[in-house]
Design a protein around this ligand. Structure first.
Ligand code: SAH
Length: 352
């Protein structure tokens, strides 16, 4: 088995190369090539042929293959389905905002969290991604689209805090001045609420934005749509968020998917207001994206607007997230799921 070179930090690469008798600047050169998205050592033209061959014997360079690419005709959002080395697939979405191109990347193949409204979790967790597989989603999206990426959101398939060490390393890699050099302030990490990991993350004191998928103000409702709430109920989660704010001074962003008749009443909005009291927060209201096989429906525009008004009148900043890529299955896990179902059907047909 060859070592996955792109998952290494520059310091680790320097140490590993030193053992091979190579000078430190070689690690710098190789690190920059890898973070430009080269597919082979042959492309590293400032290394001798002999050195390239030596490295190729020992190390591998991961290269995902785009098996699907869909571009929204409405807003230019591009969605990729990448096939990884072991045949598993993950999704990445490139969104064009006025402040810069943003990629939404996956942290796991599938997800173990079981949220009722989410397509990513339907087949459970297959495996966690490696740092290079996370980084590749940014590198190859940028290369394929020709659009420079300035912002990253960890809001694709998977639960980032369930793949904690890998995510921390990924953040270090994309933040590296020799690599993409993307500022922590341009990165958001979204979690369904793994509270012990929120405390751990607070200790890292990163300047990223923590997004918490709250989706309901009470245990009664949250228990019915998010199984994680049974382990870490709303009060425990909000206590963790308060501690996070105290450590980092970073305002927390709460995601709230509006589901018709489930969490969208004025009473829910008022309760949410009370729960968020004293916590600097921003609420992102997201009209639910319809997922096949799910009985849940998005709230009406009127219900969303009324909910937003109650929050704003109560002094909590709340925006309604503009939905991008509605015509290309651009929400969480939908493309991977459709692709896998289609493959499974074809597989069955072949068997017959
Ligand atoms: N596991 C992490 C990150 C991935 S999901 C988390 O739970 O936060 C990214 C966001 O999309 C989460 O807020 C998630 O709850 C939300 N989401 C998932 N399915 C959705 C759907 N069908 N409609 C709207 N939002 C959805």
């Amino acid at each position: 088995m060859k070592t996955d070179l792109k998952s290494m930090t520059k310091e680790e690469m320097t140490a590993a190369f030193q053992e091979l008798g190579l000078p430190a600047f070689r690690a710098g050169q190789v690190f920059s090539w890898l973070h430009k998205g080269v597919s082979s050592f042959q492309e590293m033209t400032n290394l001798s042929k002999e050195l390239r061959e030596r490295l190729a014997e020992r190390y591998e360079i991961t290269v995902p293959v785009a098996v699907r690419r869909q571009e929204s005709q409405k807003d230019g959002t591009i969605k990729y389905l990448w096939r990884l080395n072991d045949g598993n697939c993950v999704e990445t979405v490139l969104m064009r905002y006025h402040y810069g191109n943003t990629v939404c990347i996956s942290s796991e193949v599938g997800c173990a969290m079981g949220c009722a409204f989410c397509a990513s979790t339907k087949g459970g967790l297959v495996r966690r991604l490696t740092p290079s597989e996370m980084l590749d989603q940014v590198l190859f999206t940028q290369l394929d689209s020709g659009l420079p990426v300035s912002h990253i959101v960890l809001m694709g398939i998977g639960e980032p805090l369930d793949n904690y060490d890998t995510v921390m390393r990924f953040l270090e890699l994309v933040n590296s001045p020799n690599g993409l050099n993307i500022s922590m302030r341009h990165i958001s990490l979204s979690t369904c609420g793994l509270v012990p990991k929120i405390y751990k993350l607070a200790e890292e004191k990163l300047q990223l934005t923590l997004s918490v998928s709250l989706h309901a103000p009470s245990d009664e409702i949250r228990n019915t749509i998010m199984p994680i709430n049974k382990a870490y109920p709303v009060e425990t989660l909000l206590e963790g968020c308060r501690a996070y704010y105290e450590k980092t001074s970073r305002r927390i962003s709460f995601e709230y998917a509006m589901i018709d008749g489930v969490n969208d009443t004025p009473e829910c909005a008022k309760l949410l207001l009370r729960k968020l009291k004293g916590l600097p927060a921003h609420v992102n209201l997201i009209p639910l994206n319809r997922v096949e096989e799910s009985p849940l429906h998005p709230s009406s525009r009127k219900a969303v607007a009324a909910f937003q008004k109650i929050l704003q009148d109560g002094g909590v900043s709340a925006t309604v997230r503009r939905t991008l890529g509605g015509d290309i299955d651009a929400s969480c896990g939908q493309l991977r799921r459709k692709f896998e179902k289609r493959e499974a059907t074809q597989e069955k047909k072949r068997e017959i």
